[in-house]
Design a binder for this molecule. Structure first.
Ligand code: PEP
Length: 245
């Protein structure tokens, strides 16, 4: 039985004071709502420590990491450093990293390997652009993104790992994939993961809000959500987490 997981991607938003206030409200909301979901908060790097000190029932994640273990890589942050700061998860290959910072499938796979080697749980983001969807290439694109990780031949590739299906056209746009569209791709992803895929949590991401979380979570292969915009509003995010109850 896979537990519902809801992860917050705060992106590059807020201040230290904002992070503390948001987390305090979230902690009390999760407690009073008796939320049964696993909750992961991914703040900007500088606030990892502040958030780590106030986690409550939530767990800490990072939004990115370096594929390198250590060395002269100015501005980069390693998986070991994230663990050292209390993180347990790391988002890998978010579409903004892929499109704005040129992260291709190979680099994303190397980052996935770095997370796994250090004992961090990767949240591997995959998903197609609008153009790719309209060209009927959704499953092909997602398969290529997943195969790049499989090609590394890591031990137990999909154990202690999470996959997030995030159609690029749904991220930050207010356009959510229908539960049926998302389920179709989630089922396909699970097949791609092979035998271990039965236990791997597969999240949906793309304009998830309180109003659509429940119908998405009701689908058999949707095990939770990766949430951007709505994770910056304590009430809204708490409702999304509690939609799994
Ligand atoms: C995201 O950035 O991963 C995301 C899903 O954003 P939003 O919820 O704002 O669409």
């Amino acid at each position: 039985m896979r537990k519902t997981l809801v992860a917050a991607n705060w992106k590059m938003h807020g201040t230290k004071a904002f992070a503390v206030e948001l987390l305090e409200k979230l902690n009390s909301g999760l407690e009073s709502g008796k939320c049964s979901a696993q909750v992961v908060i991914c703040p900007p790097y500088p606030y990892l420590g502040v958030v780590a000190d106030k986690m409550g029932q939530a767990e800490l994640g990072a939004q990115n990491l370096s594929e390198q273990p250590s060395g002269a890589y100015t501005g980069e942050v390693s998986a070991e450093m994230l663990l050292d700061c209390g993180a347990r998860y790391a988002i890998i290959g978010h579409s903004e990293r892929r499109s704005l910072y040129g992260e291709g499938n190979e680099l994303v796979a190397a980052k996935y390997a770095a997370a796994k080697a250090a004992g961090l749980i990767p949240i591997l983001c995959v998903g197609e652009s609008l153009e790719e969807r309209e060209a009927g290439k959704t499953l092909q694109i997602v398969a290529e993104q997943i195969q790049a990780v499989i090609a590394l031949g890591l031990p137990e590739t999909w154990q202690n790992a999470v996959v997030a299906y995030e159609p690029v056209w749904a991220i930050g746009t207010g356009k959510t994939a229908t539960p049926e569209q998302a389920q179709e791709v989630h089922q396909f992803i699970r097949q791609q993961l092979g035998e271990a895929g039965g236990a791997t949590q597969i999240l949906y991401g793309g304009s998830v809000k309180a109003a659509n979380a429940e119908e998405l979570f009701a689908k058999p292969d949707i095990d939770g959500a990766l949430v951007g915009g709505a994770s910056l509003k304590a009430d809204e995010f708490t409702k999304i987490c509690c939609a799994a109850n």
